[in-house]
Design a protein around this ligand. Structure first.
Ligand SMILES: Cc1cc2nc3c(=O)[nH]c(=O)nc-3n(C[C@H](O)[C@H](O)[C@H](O)COP(=O)(O)O)c2cc1C
Length: 251
């Protein structure tokens, strides 16, 4: 494949493509059923109950102003573990469902173009109380987790897949967001991809603001070895791949 020029790559930042799309031909317009709002999972898998958002008691209750003013990227964390209640809170504020409108549409705690919400959240847990080490997947519809896969070398594989950024492997929890692009493409065709990246920014910003309420820090990470990170999560990369990640730990 010929490498695109800088000019061609910049085109991706513009919305010009929208004017070239025949929206009568998108899968949505052609009557193809909407993809599920959450990646399906095997029946019988053991689900882990998370704390309901309105029953969370571990917050510092800092003001939104303080959270915005003090926000910064933190790359060093205490060795202290995180609680499942803290993880419940962070999952809800980054991808939780506020209102389920139908089986195919849900509104969440973050905005998303056309409410398509094209992400899945995986938690790499190395030091979360009441969770054995492993890679978990969040189920926003149920607000539950399940063990996606066990991995004994999690810390070193994370650091390796983050191009040696060891604060990633050293964090007690790492949020990894994948995208399932078809959820957005189903409606927007080739105009989907810019929107997916804009959506991802909102998710991570909510994490940046919310971690401060539990005395934690985070750092957005977009420099990672795509293939190694996808392999770590054992993804079918035709349909889903890693797009962004963020380690979280006490500071
Ligand atoms: C899209 C994006 C990608 C980033 N990728 C990395 C990364 O791979 N490694 C890293 O250490 N910091 C990364 N950062 C954090 C930035 O370096 C950081 O936001 C910037 O230096 C400003 O510092 P501040 O967040 O403390 O204000 C990333 C931030 C963003 C928004």
């Amino acid at each position: 494949m010929q490498r695109p020029t800088i000019g061609q790559l910049r085109y991706f930042l513009k919305d010009s493509i929208r004017k070239t799309i025949n929206f009568g031909h998108t899968d949505q317009s052609r009557g193809v059923p909407a993809p599920p709002i959450q990646k399906p999972y095997e029946t019988g898998v053991q689900l882990i109950t998370l704390s309901d958002f309105d029953k969370i008691t571990c917050l510092n209750e800092i003001s939104l102003n303080q959270a915005i003013i003090k926000r910064r990227s933190q790359r060093s964390y205490k060795s202290e573990s995180l609680s499942l209640e803290e993880i419940s809170y962070l999952l809800y504020v980054t991808q939780g469902i506020r209102i389920k409108i139908s089986d195919n549409v849900a509104l969440r705690t973050v905005p998303s173009a056309g409410a398509r919400h094209p992400f899945e959240t995986y938690i790499c847990a190395t030091h979360i109380r009441d969770l054995q080490q492993g890679i978990y997947r969040y189920l926003p519809v149920e607000h539950k987790l399940f063990l996606h896969r066990s991995e004994s070398n999690l810390k070193s594989r994370l650091t390796h897949a983050a191009f040696g950024q060891d604060f990633v492997g050293n964090a007690p929890a790492v949020f990894i967001w994948t995208t399932i692009p078809y959820r957005m493409e189903w409606r927007y065709g080739e105009a989907a991809h810019k929107a997916i990246l804009l959506d991802a920014g909102h998710v991570c910003q909510n994490l940046y603001l919310a971690v401060q309420d539990i005395s934690c820090g985070t750092c957005a990470v977009a420099a990672y070895d795509q293939e190694a990170m996808d392999q770590l999560l054992d993804l079918n990369t035709e349909e889903e791949f890693v797009i962004y990640l963020a380690p979280v730990g006490k500071i």
